[in-house]
Ligand binder design. Sequence first.
Ligand SMILES: C[S@@+](CC[C@H](N)C(=O)[O-])C[C@H]1O[C@@H](n2cnc3c(N)ncnc32)[C@H](O)[C@@H]1O
Length: 264
Amino acid sequence: MGNVNQESDRPHPARMYDYFLGGTNNYDADRSAAKEILGVWPTIQVAARVNRAFMQRSTQFLASAGIRQFLDIGTGIPTEPNLHQIAQNLAPDARIVYVDNDPIVLAQSHALIASHPDGATAYLHADATDPDSILRSPQLRDTIDLSQPVGLSLIALSHFIDGDATQLVGTYLDAFAPGSYVVICQVTGDYDPAQVAVVREIYRARGINARERNREEFAALFHDLELVEPGIVPPHRWRPNGIISPPESHDAKVSCYAAVGRKP
Ligand SMILES: C[S@@+](CC[C@H](N)C(=O)[O-])C[C@H]1O[C@@H](n2cnc3c(N)ncnc32)[C@H](O)[C@@H]1O
């Protein structure tokens, strides 16, 4: 796609994340920024993998809790297993709408719309900070029944939202039925403030809005929601499938908070 090439001379969060995950959908500008970050936060690749594993476990949790409709905003470049594959493995009739604002994710979105025949998937190129354009889109209206609960997935997205993310999450949840869930994982400076501040400035110097949130700011994203056990924890400590608990020093390597909230 033409605009993909035009966008290749500046780094994008999706492609930097792809590099951290060991993918090949990234350009020199992405690799250069990613390597600068690795110099400051050498374990960010661990954080990316832990985050991805949290996406899998939280999606399994929602599907097991009966959620059959998912809105995944800030999807990222397709990385198997993608969210719809996790959800449809447990519930083949699950319906998923993916949203991202990166042109390379749009260019690769065919991998995201390969639904199980009993379910449905759709892809929308849109900005998370424009909820109206997402909630009113034909992709969402044709795929998701807003009278039924929705699982909203905002994983590794909110640290790229510099504005009032609490209000933004509230706007999405207001449109959803009781019994809906939101899943959030986001970078925090609570474990290593100096390191995370340097990383934030590397992103910002390249024109990417980035901000960490402390525990209080992260908790505010779940305002008016019931937190699912175990509440707010680093993502590797959220229902870790019986894996032996990692040492506390691991928390600073990951430097993220994760939680799942339910709309009563
Ligand atoms: C770090 S990746 C996370 C990918 C995936 N959710 C995961 O956790 O594996 C962040 C994604 O959010 C997207 N993103 C950032 N800001 C966005 C915005 N305002 N609207 C939509 N997508 C956005 C980026 O393009 C990127 O694909």
